[in-house]
Design a protein around this ligand. Structure first.
Ligand code: 5RP
Length: 236
């Protein structure tokens, strides 16, 4: 069974979870692409009426192509549901995201939502997150000092380089990405706060305590990992 097939299975399952009238956040990545595909089918075939807030140019264009109506967080400050992928997830539902460079807008829709569901294939469920380097989005002007500060925090940062353009990857927000490998992520919550506090850092790919549920593709089945937790009151 291929990981690609597992991505498709979770994408299709997630599309079934969307309810008529909902305003949803849509993450980015190849797994989310399957979700968008099946969501579009439901809109066309069942007349499902929903509104979606994309987290990247990728999901923006794919949602348009799929016939899903778009909206913004200016019109709806709190989303009913957000669906996204991840690069790594543990049993506590802590995540590393940002492999596709869309971490900042993804963290926004992951935060201002009543429910965050993450879709992964079985290769991404790990005992402890940290095998995947932590992406950090940085304002270009602050890149050198932030690089040094992350080294002092024990990380080995690398500027993410573009593949078909010279120089660094430029995010949808016009920034650079530092992929930061840490020997061990023993306290990802504290590390997240320390990195976030560095002036010039826009966002980190550490998503701690945000996910409500993870759908893991496993062969021909989908396994659910749930965390019972009190979501912070979005109105306070
Ligand atoms: C993009 C992300 C993606 O959700 C993550 O990289 C997973 O992508 P894929 O589904 O293609 O494996 O965080 O910033």
């Amino acid at each position: 069974m291929s990981f690609e097939r597992e991505k498709e299975l979770v994408g299709r399952r997630a599309a079934q979870l969307v309810e008529d009238g909902q305003v949803i956040g849509v993450g980015s990545g190849t797994t989310v692409s399957y979700f968008i595909k099946y969501l579009g089918q439901r809109c066309r075939n069942e007349g499902l009426k929903i509104l979606a807030v994309p987290s990247s140019y990728q999901s923006y264009f794919e949602l348009i192509k799929s016939g899903v109506t778009l909206t913004t967080l200016d019109e709806y400050n709190i989303l009913d549901l957000t669906i996204d992928g991840a690069d790594e997830a543990d049993e506590d539902l802590n995540l590393i995201k940002g492999g596709g460079g869309a971490l900042t807008q993804e963290k926004i829709i992951a935060t201002y939502t009543k429910n965050l569901i993450i879709l992964i294939d079985s290769s991404k469920l790990v005992k402890k997150i940290g095998g995947f380097p932590v992406p950090v989005e940085v304002l270009p002007k602050a890149f050198s000092p932030v690089y040094k500060k992350i080294e002092l925090l024990g990380g080995k940062p690398e500027v993410r380089m573009a593949k078909r353009k010279l120089g660094p990857v430029i995010t949808d927000n016009g920034n650079f990405i530092l992929d930061c490998k840490f020997e061990e992520l023993n306290d990802p919550e504290t590390l997240n706060m320390k990195i976030k506090m560095l002036p010039g850092v826009v966002e980190t790919g550490l998503f701690i305590g945000l996910a409500d549920k993870i759908l893991v593709g496993k062969g021909e089945t989908v396994i659910e990992k749930i965390k019972q937790r009190a979501r912070p009151d979005l109105n306070r």
